[in-house]
Design a protein around this ligand. Structure first.
Ligand code: DUC
Ligand code: ZN
Ligand code: ZN
Ligand code: ZN
Length: 486
């Protein structure tokens, strides 16, 4: 047996097991996992280290223009480098359609942005903002056929939200092809009404952003999104859940068999609305949508992570610098609705979750792997990624579980001028990351060449354990006289 690389002496952690073994890699894949492996053109000593599947970042905004034309600070080079330093070996950013644009053009634009630049494997979730008949009947199926098997829709923002009918159309097309619809669930009219009331009182500082997007706006929209998905018995993924009430809906309906998935993000566990209450515009650094909430919500979201309500914890990396290219694009002293929503964090997702989750005893190391890699591989259709076993891609992160550092901007390796995690103490850091057997980061030095990452054509969503829900009127077995089931 000839191996290109052998990782020896480490403790392997997967979503189900923890054990000491060596890993033999050949032609980019894991060829053997055994107690002791000789050989290897390159041998990596992992003594005292944890050897885990590389993270799969399922939610990031990279080289993406917002609907109001503000470009993220990270392109596919800096974004993928930052992801790799954060222990990720692949990621799935969004490819965003602006209204009037064909999805074929959108995919071509993002291919140009990603292919020459990414240092790790990548795919896209398509953001659909304009579900015209051509989009629904031709372009979405074409995107699906080339392995883009998930689509994000919005229930908020005037330039993005589809309305309930548009959502039903997208859900139905996705269902027909085995694709997955992701949803940003906040009630648009509730937010706009709050904005109007706050503006009338002159309350426009960044801290009012958190007030303007009430927890009830998320709860209502999650309930509505799940109800729409039930009508057509389509799978649904609720992104960036930030409330206890929202998580409770996910839990209840998942247990009832609905084809439902959800994530939350470190910012909802680490930050509160008090972080927006800073002098001047500083609070803008902590603005994201949905907004960060309070300590009670943090505890509730942790309980839902422990109980398995969330299938993943994603970064929602949305990097807008604290300058005129990003947060202050519309001016240095503008009301909060004119400030870009989002914060960076792709390099902190895994270290932060490991430190707060595994080191502090809230979750096991196996749960950590499930939440950061294995479940994303299953739900987003990356069958060869997300585990350590013969036949899988050699996507591996080697961690020092004992290294303790205070978080700084230098650790991020992104193109940002701040990190919202600055000053937190984090124990457990990824040191070496491989993607398809190639070193991307070695002992916290970048060794990959620009553009080595490859597009991953994805499979369909794994719906194991989710029988679904049949609306009686759309259930052919009930035969109410008009079969219009999608
Ligand atoms: N939604 C996201 O997913 N990220 C940033 C802002 C937003 O509205
Ligand atoms: Zn060995
Ligand atoms: Zn969103
Ligand atoms: Zn996002």
């Amino acid at each position: 047996f000839a191996f290109d690389t052998v990782i020896h002496g480490g403790t392997i952690v997967t979503a189900t097991d923890t054990y000491k073994a060596d890993i033999g890699i050949r032609d980019g894949r894991i060829a053997a996992v055994a107690e002791s492996l000789a050989g290897g053109t390159k041998r990596i000593d992992a003594t005292g280290r944890l050897v885990m599947p590389g993270g799969i970042e399922g939610h990031a905004h990279i080289a993406q223009e917002s609907s109001t034309k503000i470009m993220t600070a990270d392109d596919y080079y800096t974004g993928s480098v930052s992801a790799a330093f954060g222990g990720n070996s692949s990621f799935i950013p969004f490819a965003a359609q602006h209204r009037g644009q064909s999805l074929d053009d959108v995919v071509a634009i993002y291919d140009e942005r990603a292919a020459p630049n990414s240092v790790i494997d990548y795919s896209y979730h398509l953001i659909v903002s304009d579900p015209s008949p051509e989009v629904l009947e031709e372009q979405l199926p074409r995107a699906f056929a080339r392995g883009i098997t998930s689509f994000k829709v919005f229930m908020t923002y005037d330039l993005l939200n589809l309305g309930d009918g548009g959502m039903l159309d997208v859900l139905t097309v996705a269902k027909t092809h085995g694709a997955l619809t992701m949803v940003h669930a906040e009630n648009n009219d509730m937010v706009k009404w709050m904005n109007k009331r706050l503006a009338a009182k002159g309350l426009t500082a960044p801290k009012y952003h958190a007030i303007s997007r009430p927890e009830l706006a998320e709860e209502e929209a999650i309930n509505r999104a799940v109800t729409l998905a039930k009508l057509v018995d389509a799978p649904l993924f609720v992104v960036h859940v930030s409330t206890e009430a929202g998580a409770a809906i996910i839990r209840r309906e998942t247990q009832a068999g609905v084809k439902l998935f959800a994530e939350t993000c470190p910012q909802y566990l680490a930050l509160t609305r008090e972080d927006l209450d800073r002098p001047g515009m500083e609070g803008a650094k902590f603005m994201c949508s949905p907004p960060v909430r309070d300590a009670q919500t943090q505890e509730a979201l942790w309980r839902h992570i422990q109980a398995g309500t969330f299938m993943s914890v994603s970064s929602d990396h949305a990097p807008y610098r604290y300058d005129e290219t990003g947060k202050l694009f519309n001016g240095a002293d503008v009301p909060y609705p004119k400030i870009a929503n989002g914060m960076p964090g792709i390099a902190m997702r895994l270290p932060w979750l490991f430190s707060e989750g595994v080191v502090k005893g809230r979750i096991s190391a196996n749960q950590f792997v499930a939440l950061t890699s294995t479940n994303a591989a299953k739900v987003f259709g990356m069958a060869r990624k997300g585990s350590i076993a013969p036949g899988f891609d050699a996507d591996i992160a080697i961690w020092d579980p004992n290294e303790t550092r205070v978080v700084s901007l230098d650790d991020q390796h992104d193109n940002m001028d701040y990190t919202p995690f600055e000053g937190l103490t984090v124990t457990g850091w990824p040191r070496t990351v491989l993607n398809r057997g190639e070193l991307v980061v070695e002992e916290r030095e970048l060794v990959a060449t620009r553009g080595r990452g490859r597009f991953v054509a994805r499979d369909t969503v794994d719906l194991t354990g989710r029988p679904g829900y049949r609306a009686p009127e759309l259930d052919p077995a009930r035969n109410f006289g008009a079969d219009i089931a999608p």
